[in-house]
Design a protein around this ligand. Structure first.
Ligand code: NAP
Length: 325
């Protein structure tokens, strides 16, 4: 992706924790929009980018449903634009990752790769990461034909045969993207109907490079140093087959990046941080935004909206605290 790392402020570690009014964890649309709003409230927010600059959205080649961009906008381009807008109002974006958090008392202590922060308030926007199939061969052949990002790896599959697993928007969108490179894209889905939206479905059905294998699961990824074949099992008949493929792209949903907060913030059974309509968590001054708390909408625009809401609430929270002090 094309984020310009020279844009990132660097905090030389002085050994002293850095004090911030608002610390935003995550640089996807939720985190960067939260930073924009907090910056406009003159709270001088600091954003820790995490390792996924721009979040999951930055891995999307074109986002066609973000309002205001009738011709679509590149995922990383959108992130860069929001970052620029936030920095214009005083947000500081640090290329740094939180490793541990101590939420026992305020100010909250966050330890990162480069140092330590004491934050009056936190906006957690750490997003989610792709689910894995957890099948033999998947992890050993990741980067050697197995991928979770068509935008990142599609180019390597020029004139090759690739399989895509999943029946949701991501699977279809990424399959359509892969037709730019691959000679054939086979969508393997465990049922016989798709979860994806109708527009994507009709685009996929009418694309001559895309074909479907229904009611099937991939059970093994085969190959020595790169993917050569997949073992499939029919979910209705149990029939097994082995088919030749050069690549396997997996788009079967996400899990939230919330390990850091386990035992400190309330979560649901899937690990999403619980929040209310005001983006509040169970702790005062700790707010959430985007896919870390949202297993339902998971859109760039809804994540950005939650980022704005969280920052508005943080602003009110700090104002109220200042009045009461
Ligand atoms: P999703 O909607 O949860 O779809 C996941 C797909 O993977 C489903 O078809 C599911 O099958 C399948 N799946 C799950 N576990 C599996 C397993 N172990 N083995 C085989 N298949 C498995 O996830 P998504 O496509 O990533 O989309 C997530 C959210 O982002 C959705 O709300 C979507 O609308 C949104 N999104 C929107 C856009 C857009 O608007 N352009 C683009 C991308 C994503 P079943 O159908 O049988 O459950």
């Amino acid at each position: 992706m094309s984020f310009n790392l020279t844009n990132f402020a660097t905090t030389a570690s002085t050994g002293e924790p850095k004090r911030t009014k608002v610390l935003v964890l995550g640089s996807g649309p939720a985190g960067l929009t939260a930073a924009l709003y907090a910056a406009r409230a003159e709270l001088e927010p600091v954003v820790l980018t995490g390792s996924e600059l721009g979040g999951q959205a930055a891995l999307t080649f074109t986002i066609e449903n973000y309002p205001g961009f009738p011709d679509g906008v590149g995922g990383s381009e959108l992130g860069e634009l929001i970052q620029k807008q936030a920095e214009k109002f005083g947000a500081v974006v640090e290329f740094d990752t939180a490793n541990s958090v101590d939420l026992l008392q305020r100010p909250y202590r966050v330890t990162t790769d480069n140092g330590e922060y004491l934050a009056d308030t936190l906006i957690i926007a750490t997003g989610a990461r792709p689910n894995h199939l957890e099948i033999p061969g998947e992890s050993t052949l990741t980067g050697r034909g197995v991928s979770y990002c068509a935008t990142c790896d599609g180019w390597f599959f020029k004139e090759k045969k690739v399989a895509v697993v999943g029946g949701g928007d991501s699977a279809l969108e990424e399959a359509l993207f892969l037709t730019r490179f691959a000679s054939q894209v086979t969508i393997i889905h465990r049922r016989d109907s798709l979860r994806a939206g109708k527009v994507l479905q009709s685009r996929a059905f009418s694309n001559p490079k895309i074909n479907f294998i229904w009611n099937s699961q991939v059970t093994d990824v085969l190959g020595d140093d790169k993917v050569t074949h997949l073992n499939l099992k029919n979910t209705l008949t149990g029939e097994k087959s082995t088919q030749e493929f050069d690549g396997l792209f997996i788009f079967i949903g996400h899990i939230p990046n919330t390990q850091l907060f386990k035992g400190q913030l309330e979560m649901d059974e899937m690990g999403y941080i619980k929040s209310n309509a005001f983006m509040e968590t169970n702790l005062p001054g700790v707010y959430v935004a985007g896919e870390v708390t949202d297993s339902h909408f998971r859109q760039v625009v809804t994540s950005a909206g939650m980022g704005a809401s969280a920052a508005i609430q943080v602003t009110q929270f700090l104002e109220k605290e200042a009045v009461e002090a």
